[in-house]
Design a protein around this ligand. Structure first.
Ligand SMILES: [Zn+2]
Length: 249
């Protein structure tokens, strides 16, 4: 039997049982594995990891563990200055774009409210999500840790919380999106960017009350839906305001 010493830092604790959190622990093993397989066998998806130090030196995911190794694993955001070390995360995607798993319909709509590009279908298969992520360079948002452990996945984030506003905050913090918020610019139904449309160019009848009290309209070129600043908009305004003014440290 061989052993290594492991410590996972900061929010990586979310994936560990209580007794392995916030401390160094011993892990026994029989067969040598890569450090990636070791980390994932303990429940932490590789997409959550940005830096691995083995006996003080940074290593890649393909590093083969040795008896007695002292392994420290750091998440993507860690206040420690790690600029001298080899980061394992690929560079952040320049335009933040996402594909969400089937459990995240509500989060998808909320992210669209603040202008973020999120693809979603309630019947996506895991393979489809991975393919879309790779082909369109979209980060995967998921409540399913399994999908983030797949080798080919490069960008993804595991959603921790249940409350949708908390989930939005998680995504904003992880991908550093606060200054990129562009509220009410995207169709909540189909994700297409909205365009302004003159009232007289709207096909079909608007509800009479809306016709009387609104002059500003937007149309979705994707599905044709017309948007105006009605009650839904009012409801969402305070959410948007909270997202723009929250402390994102
Ligand atoms: Zn639409």
């Amino acid at each position: 039997m061989h052993k290594v010493y492991l410590r996972f830092y900061e929010e990586l604790k979310d994936f560990l049982p209580e007794e392995k959190r916030k401390k160094r622990f011993v892990h026994n093993y029989i067969d040598r594995t890569t450090v990636k397989d070791l980390i994932e066998s303990l429940g932490v998806p590789h997409t959550e990891v940005d830096l691995i130090l083995v006996n003080g030196n940074s290593v890649g995911f393909d590093y083969l563990i040795n008896d007695g190794d002292d392994i420290s694993v750091y998440p993507v955001f860690e206040s420690l200055d790690i600029s001298d070390f080899q980061h394992l995360r690929p560079k952040p995607l320049r335009e933040p774009k996402f594909v969400a798993d089937v459990h995240l319909g509500k989060l998808t709509r909320y992210l669209r409210v603040i202008g973020f590009d999120v693809l979603y279908k309630n019947d996506y298969k895991d393979d489809e999500i991975v393919q879309i992520s790779l082909k369109e360079r979209r980060a995967i948002l998921t409540k399913d840790g399994k999908i983030l452990k797949r080798n080919e996945v490069t960008h993804g984030y595991f959603i921790r919380t249940k409350d949708v506003e908390e989930q939005v905050i998680e995504v904003i913090k992880r991908f550093n999106l606060q200054t990129a918020i562009k509220e009410f610019t995207r169709c909540l139904e189909c994700n297409t960017e909205l365009i302004k449309i003159a009232k007289e160019k709207i096909d079909g009848n608007l509800p009479p009350k809306v016709n009387e009290s609104h002059e500003e309209f937007y149309k979705c070129p994707g599905c044709g839906k017309i948007y105006w600043k009605g009650t839904h908009h009012q409801k969402m305004l305070s959410f948007v305001q909270r997202m723009k003014t929250m402390n994102s440290d």
